[in-house]
Write a protein that binds this ligand. Structure first.
Ligand code: UGA
Length: 425
């Protein structure tokens, strides 16, 4: 998120210093090595680094002393108790305080629990000891992995939580070229907008997943139900795709952090607890579908198509594929996996899995194929070739990328999520 934000601000004509204490990462970036896969990012960094609008440094002191606006974009991973780990935020706040001079606007970009801004302000005040002037602001980011640049450049809205007119002017000027609606509010409200938005979207997914379970019980079709619901403008069709559940570095962690901070503040957010439980149950029920179809899982070979938590990224953090593969391995299955870009990262976590060079290779000799991530590549597979490669033509589609009727015509046993066996008409 930091890298995308830095590159995009540079593209908008600002001079940007991306600072990180990971010297290896910075050395790589200086040579044009991008540590993540994000479409278009390498090119954007290349152009802006060449024009010197974008530079990289591991010298935090220099960055703080040079820049008027400082965005904090460090990670806020989940602690074992679900709380967000704010060590990185505190560290940066202290570093800023120790190098403060003149006026600095310190902006929280990382996703943080409500009231973090208050603590950032307190920390800087405590350590700066009158060294310079500063404001704290909250400017949550809503970009999605895989389409981060376009999300940054064409946001639905920009949220700015401020305490001073000066901070408001600096941030609105900075975002003016994007021509997007700007919501100006206080810091706590801005922080809440981020947690509430991610939790709402995660709950929307859990809701449709719960309805998909009912569809399976009565022979209804979740795609048709979602279509009928989504056309109501108040509901909207986005994030109504039933599947194996949400993953990634944001939804699971943010939901957990929101539940925890609510509890701390004296509110039991039972709705979010239910969303989280449904998401977990969705993976369990997917594994149960596999067990029901195969009868005995022990000794069977299973092709897993897709490892990243969603398409167009190599990110496997909290990816449903990890839990599903682990559960199947515990049952004694052999796994042959393929993903267009996440295999390097997956290899570090998934021992004993055979990684294949393409989807057909993964299907070769397998007793069934699972679709776990909806990469376009899988939507365009030569299904006759898949059928030939499999030991038996069984596909369990955790992302509903195929149509049951067509698959049955092609001679597959096809199991989706909340799908009707044969489409009418
Ligand atoms: C999410 C939010 O969408 C961004 O707005 C936010 O900025 C970001 O988190 C963040 O807080 O940094 P991201 O995690 O990149 O973005 O991915 P999404 O596209 O939101 O997908 C999250 C998960 O939900 C994926 O596993 C995806 O497969 C799943 N999903 C999404 C569904 O299962 N069904 C859907 O209909 C949509």
């Amino acid at each position: 998120m930091g890298l995308v934000t830095g590159a995009c601000f540079a593209e908008l004509g600002n001079r940007v210093i991306c600072a990180d204490n990971d010297t290896k990462k910075i050395a790589g970036l200086k040579k044009g090595v991008i540590p993540i896969y994000e479409p278009g990012l390498k090119e954007l960094i290349g152009i802006n680094a060449k024009s010197r609008r974008l530079v990289f440094t591991s010298n935090i002191k220099e960055a703080v002393r040079t820049c008027e606006v400082i965005f904090i974009a460090v990670g806020t991973p989940a602690l074992p108790n679900g709380e967000a780990d704010l060590t990185g935020i505190e560290n940066v706040a202290r570093n800023i305080a120790l190098n403060l001079s003149g006026y600095r606007l310190v902006v929280e970009k990382s996703t943080v629990p409500v009231e973090t801004g208050k603590w950032v302000k307190h920390t800087i005040q405590t350590y700066a000891r009158g060294r310079g002037k500063f404001d704290v602001a909250s400017n949550p980011e809503f970009l999605r992995e895989g389409q981060a640049i376009s999300d940054f450049m064409h946001p639905d809205r920009i949220v700015i939580g401020v305490e001073s007119k000066k901070a408001q002017t600096i941030l609105t000027d900075l975002y003016r070229p994007l021509n997007a609606p700007i919501v100006v509010t206080d810091i706590a409200s801005a922080e809440l907008i981020k947690h509430a938005s991610n939790s709402f979207l995660a709950t929307k997914i859990s809701f449709i997943n719960a309805v998909s379970a009912i569809c399976e019980k009565v022979g209804a079709d979740i795609k048709e139900v979602a279509l009928g619901m989504g056309l109501d403008k108040r509901i909207g069709s986005a994030f109504l795709n039933a599947g194996v559940g949400y993953g990634g570095s944001c939804f699971p962690k943010d939901l957990e952090a929101f539940i925890t901070i609510s509890e701390k503040l004296g509110y039991d957010f039972s709705l979010l607890k239910a969303s989280r439980d449904i998401n977990y149950q969705q993976k369990v029920s997917f594994v149960n579908k596999i067990k029901d179809a195969l009868w005995i899982v022990k000794g069977k070979t299973i092709a897993v198509l897709g490892l990243s938590f969603k398409p167009n990224t190599d990110d496997i953090r909290s990816a449903p594929s990890l839990d599903i593969i682990q559960a199947l391995r515990l049952e004694g299955a052999r796994i042959r996996a393929y993903d267009p870009s996440a295999m390097e990262k997956a290899k570090e976590l998934l021992r004993g899995v055979v990684f294949c060079k393409d989807p057909y290779e993964a299907c070769r000799g397998s007793d069934c194929a699972l679709v776990v991530t909806e990469w376009d590549e899988f939507k365009e597979l030569d299904l006759a070739k898949v059928k030939k490669a499999l030991r038996r033509p069984l596909i369990i589609d955790g992302r509903n990328i195929y149509e049951p009727g067509r698959m049955e015509k092609l001679g597959f046993t096809y199991i989706g999520i909340g799908r009707k066996k044969t489409k009418k008409g």
